[in-house]
Write a protein of this length. Structure first.
Length: 480
């Protein structure tokens, strides 16, 4: 049945490899299950009191799973989906702004913003069915497309070595995210760093050590051809971190499991976010503002998804000789359906996650990988406390490893052609700094277009590429 559904042999894989790949993807992105409700409810204390956190937690699991089911059965691709980072922060900020503008409660504001996400998702479904989004992918020049994968690799390295392994200290005023290369290896001396950070020093040392030991284990296992190298490396890193917590920090890493709630609060979601769309709130905001917000969400989400799909598919060898991915239409449709599901259940825009690259590297090649990850997301409604104890340091080890591998895409760049290398070079730096795949692609497109114009090669640029470049110019400089 699995063979017939997912064509495992045709894709050079098997059920065991796909399931391991799905578990690997899940472990690298499980953080979103708790982080998303934290971000979306962080601006409204009343939201927590009314059960908004629990509602968003369940919506995150359900909407992500629905998107991945479409990805698995319609597109047969190994890509995982969840509410996008960056977009969820923007959504939370927007909710808080609407509270200030209109005086409505945070929950009412939240329900109003869900209407915007619903409209965005419906637009994407229509554009996907009409092949418009697929045409947009094809309009991205080959050089820029080749640069997406290594740029995502740099972004993964930045996440792995940075905010994913965030450590906060409760003394000496150190309250910003801990970055390994800046705050640990970039410190003048260990003594000065210890004095600056205070009681967070021991945990920082533990995080850095765990992260690199996990990375080295993954590399060693992968070198020996172990298919489950990533997930085994993460498991080893987790054990090391838990032991370090117990020995050096005097912390029981499993203490929270004793009092954890294992039953999902579906009644809370039903009363707070499930189909609770506040269309009346759109009138209070003003239709001009609503239209601008819809356009903004659409642009960011569209190019984040396109970038992730193209970059990860490139690494997995899923692109044809023209740099196109088979069943791109179905893959793009999956995130549109996930977004609509998110708006109806109670979470922000659902998009394809760059952490999917970890599952691809573990051997995932079909929808069975996505299906496995989806099942784990649904299971997390009942075993969320277990997912919560996976240490960020272990996840970082996997992200760093995958990021390094994705740099290999640079070999496809023509370094003798400035119209190829200049857009890619800017994308490489823009993606980790902006934390946006879409914005980096926009900078790449604008750079490519202007260089072609100024070098007398305007005819080599397609009409749609010109249009996309103008759209990004407007977005960046007219502040829509």
């Amino acid at each position: 049945m699995l063979e017939k559904c997912f064509k495992l042999k045709e894709n050079g894989t098997n059920a065991r490899t796909e399931i391991v790949a799905g578990l690997t993807t899940f472990m690298t992105m499980a953080y979103i299950i708790a982080l998303n409700p934290n971000l979306l409810t962080g601006f409204g204390a009343e939201g927590a009191a009314e059960g908004l956190w629990n509602a968003v937690f369940l919506a995150t699991c359900i909407a992500s799973a629905i998107g991945m089911f479409v990805m698995a059965f319609a597109a047969n691709k190994p890509f995982a989906m969840a509410p996008g980072m960056g977009l969820n922060s923007f959504y939370a900020t927007l909710c808080a702004s609407i509270v200030g503008m209109t005086g409505m409660t945070y929950v009412k504001s939240y329900q109003t913003c869900m209407c915007i996400i619903l409209i965005e998702g419906i637009i994407f479904i229509i554009l996907s069915l009409l092949n418009v989004r697929e045409k947009i992918v094809e309009a991205i020049p080959a050089g820029v497309r080749h640069g997406i994968s290594p740029a995502i690799g740099i972004m993964l390295l930045n996440i792995g070595l940075g905010s994913n392994a965030g450590v906060y200290s409760s003394s000496n005023g150190f309250s910003s995210p801990f970055y390994v290369m800046r705050d640990f290896f970039g410190a003048l001396t260990a003594k000065s760093m210890k004095e600056a950070i205070g009681d967070g020093w021991r945990e920082i040392v533990l995080v850095a050590a765990t992260m690199f030991i996990g990375l080295f284990i993954i590399i060693a296992l992968a070198h020996k051809g172990v298919k489950a190298a990533v997930i085994l490396g993460m498991l080893c890193a987790s054990i090391i971190y838990w032991a370090g917590q117990a020995i050096f920090l005097g912390v029981n890493p499993f203490e929270g499991l004793k009092t954890a709630s294992w039953l999902p609060s579906f009644s809370t979601m039903a009363s707070v976010t499930l189909f609770k769309l506040n269309f009346a709130g759109l009138v209070e905001i003003g239709w001009t503002t609503v239209i601008i917000l819809i356009i903004t969400f659409c642009i960011i989400d569209m190019f984040d998804t396109i970038g992730t799909l193209v970059g990860t598919a490139s690494r997995a060898g899923m692109l044809d000789k023209d740099g196109k991915m088979p069943k791109m239409k179905e893959a793009l449709l999956a995130d549109a359906v996930g977004t609509v599901a998110g708006s109806l259940t109670g979470t922000s825009t659902v998009t394809t996650f760059i952490e999917s690259a970890s599952g691809v590297e573990a051997g995932g090649r079909t929808g069975l990988t996505a299906l496995t990850t989806a099942i784990m997301f649904l299971a997390c409604m009942f075993i969320a406390p277990v997912a919560a104890i996976i240490p960020p340091a272990a996840t970082s080890a996997a992200l760093i490893y995958v990021g390094i591998l994705m740099l290999s895409g640079l070999r496809n760049i023509n370094f003798d052609d400035m119209t190829d290398i200049a857009p890619v070079a800017l994308m490489l730096i823009a993606m980790p700094i902006s934390s946006s795949i879409g914005h980096a692609i926009g900078i790449g497109l604008i750079t490519y277009t202007f260089i072609k114009l100024l070098t007398g090669k305007a005819k080599e640029v397609s009409v749609l590429t010109y249009i996309l470049s103008v759209i990004f110019l407007v977005k960046f400089f007219v502040a829509i």
